[in-house]
Design a protein. Structure first.
Length: 278
């Protein structure tokens, strides 16, 4: 799995919203369209160039898996968000960096379109903005690898996990390790353009402690003229006796996310090795 992350950090004059996902995605989309659209007079679905258009691919293409996700934490004191590119979307990092820069410098953020002169940008943790100029590293695509064993792990759900059980979004802690792993595995397949399939290994691991709650979260989409539901599970699970295959998939989930609507920043997870904390 190839991936790359562009991260943006800056201090606003006022505290950011509790959930910045819809705000950042909306503003970024506006800027991305400005740097990638060659036919502004066309509607996206009717444009002859839409199949090669990054904006169309990221925002307008229907029934398609988007090979990126937003990454941030809830209720942060500053803006600190990442745009994680997956698979062949990594090659589009120069456009992503340019759009993020334009979003803050030219178009602004939030309903008041607040512009920012001072902000930091990073690619995979390394600074890429100096003297107001973007300078990307030559090799910015990373390859996911896992060479550890299984064991005991704590999985933290940092932003709401929207996951279905019996075709209904879960609003309680009645969730299994298999359902979490399956969500991550299907996302992995989608990155490579493959059809969904069952997990290729037996799930091994016992959930011994659940500390989950449902967080209600809605936002108004002016673009779609509708209210969007971002509610899901937050908190943590402690899982013992996790096999190597399952642990590898959980670690991959830290990159690709889990559950639905990861393009808005949902489904951010973190894993902690409980064996190291003893």
């Amino acid at each position: 799995m190839r991936y790359a992350e562009l991260r943006v950090k800056f201090e606003p004059s006022q505290k950011p919203p509790f959930f910045i996902g819809s705000q950042v995605r909306g503003a970024f989309g506006y800027a991305l369209k400005s740097v990638s659209c060659i036919n502004p007079s066309y509607k996206c679905g009717e444009c002859f160039a839409n199949e090669s258009c990054l904006y169309y691919d990221f925002y307008e293409k229907k029934n398609s898996y988007h090979r990126y996700r937003l990454d941030f934490e809830l209720d942060a004191e500053i803006y600190d968000f990442g745009i994680v590119l997956l698979g062949n979307a990594c090659e589009k990092l120069p456009y992503i960096a340019s759009a993020a820069y334009m979003m803050l410098k030219r178009y602004g953020l939030g309903k008041d379109r607040v512009k920012y002169e001072k902000f930091d940008m990073y690619v995979n943790g390394g600074a890429c903005l100096k003297d107001d100029k973007i300078s990307l590293p030559r090799d910015y695509v990373k390859e996911f690898s896992f060479d550890s064993d299984g064991g005991d792990v704590r999985v933290k759900f940092i932003t709401p996990l929207r996951i279905k059980k019996d075709n209904v979004f879960l609003k309680n802690d009645n969730i299994s390790l298999k359902e979490i792993l399956n969500s991550i595995y299907q996302r992995r397949l989608s990155v490579f353009g493959q059809d969904h399939e069952v997990l290729p290994f037996k799930v091994k691991g016992e959930i011994t402690k659940k500390d989950l709650k449902y967080m209600e979260l809605t936002r108004r989409s002016n673009r779609q003229n509708t209210t969007m539901n971002f509610g899901g599970l937050v908190g943590s699970l402690e899982i013992k006796g996790v096999s190597k295959e399952c642990m590898e998939l959980l670690k991959l989930g830290e990159i690709v996310g889990a559950g639905k609507q990861t393009v808005f920043g949902l489904g951010k997870i973190k894993t902690e090795d409980m064996n190291e904390q003893i």
